[in-house]
Design a protein around this ligand. Structure first.
Ligand code: HEM
Length: 299
């Protein structure tokens, strides 16, 4: 949401001006649009830092016979400390997940925001996503033009749902291991052994997916290389908006709502911090990916 009093280059913005809104009043190079709210950006920070903490500590436990895992555990303060960090990050991530579910339930049930479950702004997959998948493959093969994407591309929805269901599986199995004697009252013995295998395999799948596919989609593909800072700054430039979410851009323009999203260029210091954090996380993820995949293959 754009603050109506916001100024860009000394010009007062009119959020709901004619067809293209305030966008019409500004030279293209200066226009930036809000994509993520501060809460969404902070949720992502909490999610990636706890996920990285969980993956680093969890994979150190899983591959504890490897020299790198033993050195890492020793540097942190031993396997007791590794387990403490794992559980600490698990609790924070669980609280965030529960907040997310409660927030969606509130917005759908109380605020009656139907658009959250269906429509162009929704995370729920629809027919257009299917058409975009086919369109993208046709484009890869030089058989058609690049599909014009809505607010969330099909691969962004895939990432979201992969984490969503992954969180349920990995979280449930994690708590069963953590509170084994309690769950042992309801579950058969073999199930308690199975959850450990499920937790470890799902962790490998999640870490491999996030540290390869998600990082390539988010940062390393030609459109975004070397780093997409939108999730940190919350804004995208006019050019990025038109290129990455052409259908949404056109829809908002046609509805005269483009100006609602118009905002200022991000501060240079915020951009710098975003890049440093982004590169650090990508580098840490890639190192962990190489170490754990090579350990997994050798086992
Ligand atoms: C709510 C989320 C989670 C909870 C409650 C949780 C809890 C646990 C617990 C209690 C253990 C057993 C440690 C032990 O005593 O040996 C464990 C192991 C492990 N965790 Fe998690 N964890 C969670 C999320 C994650 C995530 C997101 C990852 C990685 C992406 C992960 C990776 C692992 C791995 C690889 C192991 C070792 C499994 C094995 O020894 O076979 N965990 N976790």
């Amino acid at each position: 949401m754009t603050d109506p009093s916001i100024r860009i280059e000394g010009t007062q913005l009119e959020p709901q001006a004619s067809s293209g809104g305030a966008a019409e009043a500004h030279p293209e190079a200066e226009r930036y649009y809000v994509r993520f709210t501060p809460i969404q950006r902070w949720m992502h920070v909490i999610m990636f830092s706890t996920f990285l903490g969980l993956a680093m500590t969890g994979l150190t436990i899983l591959f504890s016979s490897n020299a790198w895992a033993q050195h890492f555990a020793l540097a942190i303060g031993g396997f007791g400390a590794i387990l403490f960090i794992h559980k600490f990050c698990a609790v924070i991530l669980t609280l965030e997940f529960l907040y997310h579910i409660a927030n969606i339930a509130f917005r759908v049930v109380v605020k009656k925001e139907k658009g959250l479950l269906w429509g162009p702004d929704s995370m729920v997959p629809n027919l257009k996503d299917l058409k975009d998948i086919v369109g993208n493959f046709r484009w890869f093969l030089g058989l058609g033009s690049k599909p014009r994407l809505e607010r969330y591309a099909y691969w962004e929805k895939f990432d979201y749902w992969a984490v969503f269901w992954g969180m349920i599986i990995i979280g449930f199995s994690g708590y069963v291991m953590w509170f084994g004697p309690f769950f042992g009252r309801f579950l058969p013995g073999w199930a308690l052994n199975a959850v450990q295998i499920v937790h470890g395999e799902e962790a490998m799948l999640a870490a491999t997916f996030i540290f390869s596919i998600h990082f390539i989609n988010g940062h390393l593909r030609p459109d975004n290389f070397p780093m997409d800072t939108t999730i940190f700054t919350g804004v995208q430039s006019e050019e990025e908006f038109q290129q990455r979410h052409a259908e949404e851009y056109q829809r908002l323009r046609a509805e005269g709502r483009l100006g609602e999203k118009l905002t200022c260029k991000p501060e240079r210091s915020l951009l710098k911090v975003s890049k440093v954090i982004g590169f650090t996380v990508v580098a840490a993820g890639l190192v962990l990916l190489i170490l754990s995949v090579s350990a997994y293959i050798r086992e």
